[in-house]
Design a protein around this ligand. Structure first.
Ligand SMILES: CCCC(=O)SCCNC(=O)CCNC(=O)[C@H](O)C(C)(C)COP(=O)(O)OP(=O)(O)OC[C@H]1O[C@@H](n2cnc3c(N)ncnc32)[C@H](O)[C@@H]1OP(=O)(O)O
Length: 301
């Protein structure tokens, strides 16, 4: 599985609708245009109607007046976020996408108690990477939402990542809780949590995956490194999901993979009523398309 085959898989899903919050953003509309051209989804674009129409006219004229696009005016990015979230809540759309609105604004709308997309579970960021010279997708979680997750949050972050991976055919994924070392050191909380998560998985408290850690990053993804350390593990050297201990580790790993390793990525926020595409301004339109594909594949409808 690579990210291009994810796009094809998403295109085969019937009648996917995505609500875009503050769609007045060139890169977002270019990605929407690519998705529409592929017949991947229909879009409800909430935001400044005049600006959206002007960007479409200039940058993606092929989707002007397209049947797959509806534009709904919102007086501000905040209002656009609210309307897009409500469209998902009311089942008019099966996924949400962030446009030209600050991350905190859309996340706060998603977390709104009255009309948001809470489910009672932790929401978390799941990123699927296609890394050059690596023959499988590698998932990294959580690089963007939960700042310093505790053990309970980490269990739910794993569950969200497992559901997302399973939705694209990675069944019973191997999960490596990442630490600086592969042995338990009471001075390093990440190693204690990793050992607890492993025990919870062994006792059936975390299902649908194989968890083994702590593992340092090299032992998690390289058989050679794992063998060198003499690590016997079902996960070492072949992890599908890398659970990072905090947002700084995850965010630095995410950006290292993109900038140093030239990896491609698609990412969603999982755990809400519907998947959320939360790309950053620096992400390419191609990356936004991969994220849309991941959201569509992992949406329940
Ligand atoms: C990787 C590429 C993209 C990037 O680089 S993105 C950049 C890095 N990311 C960020 O800066 C976002 C980091 N996270 C945050 O800023 C905050 O955690 C976030 C998500 C905005 C929430 O902040 P606040 O609204 O201040 O949240 P809070 O802690 O006061 O909680 C308010 C209510 O929301 C709930 N909540 C917060 N995070 C949650 C979660 N992950 N899952 C489920 N519920 C969550 C929280 O429990 C609270 O609920 P209640 O009001 O007590 O019922």
């Amino acid at each position: 599985m690579n990210l291009q085959s994810l796009v094809e898989k998403a295109t085969q899903k019937e009648h996917s609708v995505v609500a875009v919050a503050a769609a007045e953003d060139k890169e977002v509309l270019v990605a929407v245009g690519m998705a529409v051209e592929k017949g991947m989804a229909e879009f409800i674009l909430f935001g400044d109607k005049e600006k959206i129409e002007a960007i479409i006219e200039e940058s993606v004229p092929k989707i002007k007046s397209h049947d797959a696009i509806k534009i709904k005016h919102a007086a501000s990015p905040q209002k656009a976020a609210e309307l897009a979230v409500k469209a998902v809540r009311e089942n008019e759309a099966g996924a949400l996408m962030k446009g030209n609105v600050p991350t905190a604004v859309i996340l706060k709308a998603v977390l709104n108690k009255e009309w948001g997309l809470r489910t009672g579970n932790v929401l978390s960021h799941v990123a699927a990477f296609e890394v050059p010279n690596f023959d499988q997708l590698v998932f990294v979680t959580d690089a963007a939402m939960n700042i310093t997750p505790d053990l309970n949050q980490k269990t739910q972050i794993i569950e969200n990542a497992v559901k997302t991976a399973s939705s694209i055919g990675v069944t019973t994924p191997k999960v490596a809780p990442i630490a600086a070392v592969e042995t338990v050191n009471p001075a390093m909380q990440a190693t204690l949590d990793a050992a607890a998560l492993t025990a919870m998985n062994n006792r059936g408290q975390i299902k649908g995956c194989i968890v083994d850690g702590p593992l340092a990053l090299d032992n998690a993804i390289s058989h050679k490194a794992a063998e060198h350390k003499g690590i016997q593990s079902e996960v070492a050297g072949q992890a599908d999901i890398l659970l990072v201990p905090n947002i700084e580790t995850g965010n630095a790993l995410y950006k290292s993979l993109i900038y140093f390793a030239k990896a491609k990525v698609g990412a969603v926020i999982a755990g809400a009523k519907a998947p959320i595409v939360l790309t950053s301004r620096a992400d390419s339109a191609e990356s936004k398309l991969y994220s849309l594909a991941l959201a569509i594949c992992s949406a329940s409808k």
